[in-house]
Design a protein around this ligand. Structure first.
Ligand code: PMP
Length: 353
């Protein structure tokens, strides 16, 4: 007869016999949350490639696992550290940064730990979830109608003594941090990469990761995932507003190296959001809209470029679902934007007999 003590003893023996967890992080304590930026997992996709008739391997780099919820935690940390090293940060410093939100979260997280003030300038289209997160981290958030980069530069010109603009669009620490961390992590985890698929906002991820991968595997194909309406990669394309956040634009930032791109896939808002939802439904990956853009581009590129068995694709999933809880995550939002048909059945009610 088993009693509680027997069960406990057998679990204990089993646990002692098992190998220690291979991930060192499990047995570690950290001095601050910033030590957990980066080192994100690469997860193999199972159902999605099969569903699209693809025999190549697809791996997702899960950047939503960063502590602030996005890939931009990496540059928040690297740009703040670099600014401190160069001696431009003091007790009266205020960081001022134009951002679609995720870099703002990354910078604000650094600012909160060093008691530095922080003002974030963001466009009206960006989600209230990101704005609330930045405010919770103590940042002042200003919604800008026009050009938020120009607004930030003007603030700095008016107050050069106190305001430090890290300027992710021009700061080479942005692509360098992806070269050194994101790209290197992919190379450490996989013994070959045939294709890398990523979107571009500043272009820092694309430039840094692609350069690192091509350095080791010159034949690695770089696929840019471009939102329909953006003209980052084709200035002659039809420019129009689009809803996916964090990627695309109307001009090429200094940190974007377009010459490294081998292939471009243009993805509509509907494709982006449906694919992001599919990543949750089929693979359990709770990622944001631009992850859907990248994933959809990967599926299309794999087909166009005939990627078959033995080929390996890495897709960057830049942020997580929690930035978009009031947006594409809900059926109602998808239906209101005509990305999904309204439900065929009306609500079912249960009546007490
Ligand atoms: N996706 C999301 C959700 C983002 O916030 C960003 C950053 N703007 C990107 C993708 C693109 O990253 P990068 O700026 O490195 O091009």
């Amino acid at each position: 007869m088993y009693n509680l003590l027997n069960i406990r003893m057998s679990l204990l023996e089993e646990a002692q016999g098992r190998e220690r967890p291979s991930d060192n992080n499990i047995n570690k304590v950290y001095n601050s949350i910033l030590e957990l930026v980066g080192n994100t997992p690469l997860v193999r996709l199972n159902k999605i490639p099969q569903q699209y008739g693809l025999t190549c391997e697809i791996y997702a780099k899960c950047e939503f696992m960063n502590p602030g919820g996005s890939i931009k935690d990496r540059i928040g940390l690297a740009m703040v550290q670099n600014a401190k090293k160069s001696g431009i940060v003091n007790d009266s410093t205020r960081f001022v940064e134009p951002t679609s939100g995720n870099t703002g979260i990354g910078i604000a997280m650094n600012a909160v730990l060093t008691d530095t003030k922080c003002t974030i300038l963001t466009g009206e289209k960006n989600s209230s979830e990101k704005v609330s997160t930045m405010r919770l981290l103590g940042a002042e958030v200003i919604s800008v109608k026009g050009d938020e980069i120009e607004a930030a530069k003007q603030m700095q010109r008016e107050n050069p003594e106190t305001i430090v603009m890290l300027n992710q669009f021009e700061n080479m620490v942005n692509p360098m941090s992806h070269f050194e961390t994101t790209g290197t992590e992919i190379l450490c985890a996989l013994d070959k990469v045939d294709m890398i698929v990523l979107g571009a906002g500043t272009g820092g991820t694309l430039s840094g990761v692609s350069l690192r991968l091509k350095q080791k595997y010159p034949g690695c194909i770089v696929v840019a995932a471009e939102p329909d309406g953006s003209i980052l990669f084709d200035p002659c394309a039809d420019e129009h507003p689009f809803l996916v956040e964090g990627v695309g634009g109307t001009w090429a930032p200094e940190v974007l190296d377009r010459s490294i791109v081998d292939h471009v896939e243009v993805i509509t808002d509907q494709e982006s959001f449906l694919t992001a939802r599919e990543l949750a439904r089929k693979e359990g990956l709770l990622c944001g809209g631009s992850s859907g853009t990248a994933m959809c581009a990967a599926i299309k590129a794999a087909k166009t470029l005939n990627f078959g068995r033995g080929k390996r694709i890495v897709v960057i999933l830049p942020d997580g679902i929690r930035n978009y809880m009031t947006k594409f995550v809900t059926d109602q939002w998808m239906e209101a934007h005509l990305f999904m048909d309204p439900p065929k059945h009306t609500m079912k009610w249960w009546n007490k007999p």
